[in-house]
Write a protein that binds this ligand. Structure first.
Ligand SMILES: NC(=O)c1ccc[n+]([C@@H]2O[C@H](COP(=O)([O-])OP(=O)(O)OC[C@H]3O[C@@H](n4cnc5c(N)ncnc54)[C@H](OP(=O)(O)O)[C@@H]3O)[C@@H](O)[C@H]2O)c1
Length: 264
């Protein structure tokens, strides 16, 4: 029996990209899944492609609308008995200069990328405490470790995730509830198409850098390894993850590179 066999795993952002790849990888390992995102038709498509669709449940939600989350979580705990692992993966990027981005877009990126995962985590946590254990995963970004052109609000929201989830992991130490922060680099998904521009419209293009990124399936596999090992934090990607170390150990080199690398 594998590590995830029979575990109840809730994945947000499961209608495409990394979340979809996580759903297939976990389903193949025998997990019982709850899949969330806004597009219910896409969640249904993912469920249909899983080996045993009856073990996959759909919980459509909008991460910007957090009021109903405690009731939604209570409903699924009542139905499935518990939530073993919550993967806060749903999110949205940005392709716009800070000076041109409307404050409404800044706020939206913070709602979806930060307050949504925080609210869902707070709704799930009492149930994990009652069950005596669990694992909370926060999918941040390497842009949660440094600023980057065209990503001001996205980077801010991902930095905020680090502050919250690292603190939470320290607070929960000894309670049997683990917290893992995942920092993907460039992963080949639809993230650049869905990214918000200055006025809130989607960027709508697969950026060249994105197209050359690590396949989502490989990223998902590495994420599951990190979860299995209970790692507090993991960087996943190709050469771009070196930027995390340049920023930390040679900030002058980081700044020189970040000014030169194409943000698209
Ligand atoms: N791809 C990368 O290079 C990369 C790098 C670093 C970090 N990440 C992070 O990885 C995570 C997954 O992104 P991805 O690359 O797989 O991009 P993606 O293909 O665009 O997937 C994003 C997912 O988030 C969901 N989502 C977006 N807004 C939402 C909202 N308001 N409410 C609920 N769900 C919402 C989307 O579903 P709906 O549209 O159906 O709601 C979709 O399932 C994100 O947190 C992203 O920041 C990705």
């Amino acid at each position: 029996m594998g590590y995830f066999d029979g575990q109840v795993v809730w994945i947000t952002g499961a209608s495409s990209g990394i979340g979809e790849a996580l759903a297939y990888a976990l389903a193949a390992e025998g997990a019982v899944l709850i899949l969330s995102a806004r597009r219910e038709d896409q969640l249904a498509r993912v469920r249909a492609a899983c080996p045993v669709p009856e073990r996959v449940h759909l919980a459509p939600l909008d991460l910007a609308e957090t009021g109903d989350l405690p009731a939604l979580v209570a409903k699924w705990v009542a139905q499935l008995g518990r939530i073993d692992i919550l993967i806060n993966n749903g999110g949205m990027s940005q392709r716009a200069y800070a000076a041109e981005t409307s404050l409404a877009v800044d706020r939206r990126l913070m709602e979806v990328n930060y307050f949504g995962p925080v609210a869902l985590t707070k709704a799930v946590l009492p149930h994990m405490r009652q069950a005596g254990g669990g694992h909370i995963v926060a999918v941040s970004s390497i842009t949660g470790k440094f600023g980057f052109p065209l990503r001001s609000a996205y980077a801010a929201a991902k930095h905020a995730m680090h502050g919250f989830f690292e603190s939470l992991g320290l607070e929960l130490h000894g309670e049997g509830i683990r917290v893992t922060l995942v920092n993907p680099g460039r992963i080949r998904t639809e993230i650049s198409q869905h990214a918000l521009t200055a006025d809130g419209r989607p960027h709508g293009e697969m950026d060249p850098g994105q197209a050359q990124g690590m396949p989502a399936e490989v990223c998902a596999r590495k994420m599951l390894q990190a979860i299995r090992k209970g790692r507090p934090e993991v960087n996943i990607g190709r050469a771009e993850i070196l930027m995390v170390y340049f920023k930390r150990y040679a900030p002058w080199l980081f700044r020189r590179m970040a000014r030169r690398v194409s943000p698209q």
